[in-house]
Design a protein around this ligand. Structure first.
Ligand SMILES: C[S@@+](CC[C@H](N)C(=O)[O-])C[C@H]1O[C@@H](n2cnc3c(N)ncnc32)[C@H](O)[C@@H]1O
Length: 282
């Protein structure tokens, strides 16, 4: 039996090989200081494949004829998926109080399409869905879709199931919990998202640097995702967001992120203390 906990850290060469592969496949840039983190995460793949050395895993993945599935599994363990409902809640206030009424006022076609890019385990798109439901009076007869995507298949599976507990739902108020979740009878700590939210959101796999983007979008949320990429990839991503965002649309990024010196295509606005970007005229 292999004792997986005894597998040592990646050597510097092994780290460089994996970091290059991960960067090429996902844009995720791992600094040298991430060697322990990457070792710990890769151990899960070694265990799943019953391999006892990192070099064996590298040889295995690079020699595969069709690498698709194993690359998905690799990026699944490598990605950081931290998220929770109403993360940076002022942004959701800005969305509800400013962006929604503005879009309704300006848009001819009664269709609202929102993309949560890098949605992780689903808390972000479901929070957006709560905001939509709470403001349905603005959208009579509208066709509303929230497209939620991620590179990690396991988080998408988790999101589709929609069972949440603890810190993940800490910021959901009691009335909203009651309205949009069902408490699990056997395990009262766990709340499951109701169909009135699930029906608004569709989850799918999108690698932001390899897959085709959704289009005809009014709002894009891409928060706490760009921080994992280098400048070149951030620039490419923001340029591609500009192409699929409708005029009059909105781009929400994370509080620690900025488009400053990355793109000239967007104007910066602060709404209710939240950074929001508006595409300039095309
Ligand atoms: C920290 S989570 C952010 C979740 C949520 N947006 C939030 O702010 O709470 C970052 C997510 O980006 C995803 N991600 C990283 N690189 C990606 C790529 N190249 N394409 C698509 N998703 C990616 C990760 O799998 C992870 O779930």
């Amino acid at each position: 039996m292999i004792d997986f906990n005894s597998i040592k850290r990646l050597t510097e060469d092994e780290f460089r090989n994996f970091a290059r592969l991960i960067y090429e496949e996902s844009g995720i840039f791992l600094k040298d200081a991430k060697i322990t983190l990457l070792s710990n995460r890769l151990r899960k793949r070694l265990k799943a494949l019953n391999l006892d050395e990192f070099s064996q895993y590298y040889d295995y993945i690079t020699s595969l004829k069709d690498k698709t599935k194993e690359l998905e599994a690799l990026l699944d363990v490598v990605s950081t998926n931290e998220t929770y409902f109403f993360r940076n809640e002022r942004q959701f206030e800005a969305l509800s109080k400013y962006s929604f009424p503005d879009i309704v006022k300006k848009k001819q076609k009664k269709r609202l399409r929102i993309w949560s890019a890098g949605c992780s385990t689903g808390e972000e798109p479901y929070t957006i869905a709560i905001c939509v439901r709470e403001n349905m009076h603005l959208f009579p007869d509208w066709d509303i879709q929230i497209v939620a995507t991620d590179i990690a298949p396991s988080v998408l599976e988790f999101a589709r199931e929609g069972h949440y507990s603890g810190r993940r739902i800490e910021k959901v108020s009691a009335p909203l919990l009651k309205k949009y979740f069902t408490q699990n009878r056997d395990n009262p700590e766990v709340y499951t998202v109701n169909d009135n939210l699930k029906n608004l959101v569709s989850f799918s796999y999108i690698n932001l640097f390899k897959s085709k983007f959704p289009d005809d979008l009014d709002i894009i949320f891409c928060r706490n995702v760009m921080i994992y990429f280098d400048r070149q990839h951030q620039k490419e991503l923001v340029g591609n967001f500009y192409k699929v965002l409708n005029p009059g649309g909105y781009l929400f990024i994370g509080h620690s992120e900025t488009l400053h010196s990355l793109s000239e295509d967007f104007s910066y606005m602060k709404i209710l203390d939240s950074p929001v970007y508006i595409p300039k005229e095309k």
